[in-house]
Structures are given as structure tokens and as C-alpha cells.
Design a protein. Structure first.
Length: 139
């Protein structure tokens, strides 16, 4: 008989790292070949991933498609409005994200500073709201 995973309450807090690059790519849409290559991680990020995996802080993360592939959804007066592309007109774009579980904001910032994109882009670190990221399933 398989039992349900146990809930474990911890003092750790989850942090969202928004990985942002300076300029969106020239070609807005990925080809099928480029999309398939997303399963292969860039060489520069592999040492960072290995380091945070050893620390056990990374819960999940991924690269995301280019801004031109985005859709923005709003509901106004009951009508669903869909716009092509990202909401914000900006030179920066979110190219990926990671969810970390850390003891403090200082630890999350330390790990963000080690991310290779921090050398040419920016990493925004946001804590999850209190009470929303402190329980996880134990496997």
C-alpha cells in the first residue's frame, strides 16, 4: 500500500529568482530545432546548478521562451483580452527562473550572485509571501 507523502513544516523560505537578460534575441520565434535544444543546458550555467544542487536549495527552475512568444491576458468587464507579446515594453526580458529554498534572503542573494547571468544581466530575488512557501511534501 502506498501512503501519501508527509507534510513537513520548515523554517526555510522559498525565493523566486527571475533571471533577466539585457536584450531579447533578434529573431523572435524559436525554430523547432531551437525549442528542442532547450533540453540541453548552456555550459555556463551547469557549474552553478551543480553547486546549488549540492546545497539542496534549488526546488525547480527553467528557461522560458522568448518574449515574442508571450501572450498577455487581462479580463475587463467580463471580457477576456489577449495581447501578443509581453506586457512591459523593456529592453530586459525574463529568460528563466529558479525557485530556491533558503534559510535567509542573504543566502538567496549569495546564490543569485553566483548565477552566470548576473555577470551580464540581472537576477531579481523575491521571497514568497509569509505562510505561502513554508510547507512542502516530503518524498
Amino acid at each position: 500500500m502506498v501512503s501519501a507523502p508527509a507534510l513537513v513544516t520548515e523554517d526555510l523560505v522559498k525565493y523566486l529568482l527571475l533571471i533577466c537578460a539585457e536584450e531579447p534575441p533578434e529573431q523572435p520565434l524559436e525554430s523547432a530545432e531551437e525549442a528542442a535544444s532547450f533540453d540541453v543546458l548552456p555550459d555556463d550555467v551547469q557549474p552553478w546548478l551543480a553547486a546549488i544542487e549540492r546545497r539542496g536549495t534549488r526546488l525547480y527552475g527553467s528557461r522560458v521562451s522568448q518574449p515574442a512568444n508571450a501572450s498577455t491576458v487581462r479580463v475587463r468587464d467580463g471580457e477576456v483580452l489577449i495581447s501578443d507579446g509581453p506586457y512591459a515594453e523593456t529592453k530586459e526580458w525574463m529568460c528563466g527562473f529558479d525557485v530556491l529554498e533558503c534559510e535567509s534572503i542573504d543566502e538567496a542573494i549569495e546564490l543569485a550572485a553566483l548565477h552566470p547571468v548576473a555577470q551580464y544581466g540581472r537576477i531579481e530575488v523575491r521571497p514568497f509571501l509569509p505562510g505561502t512557501g513554508r510547507v512542502r511534501l516530503e518524498r
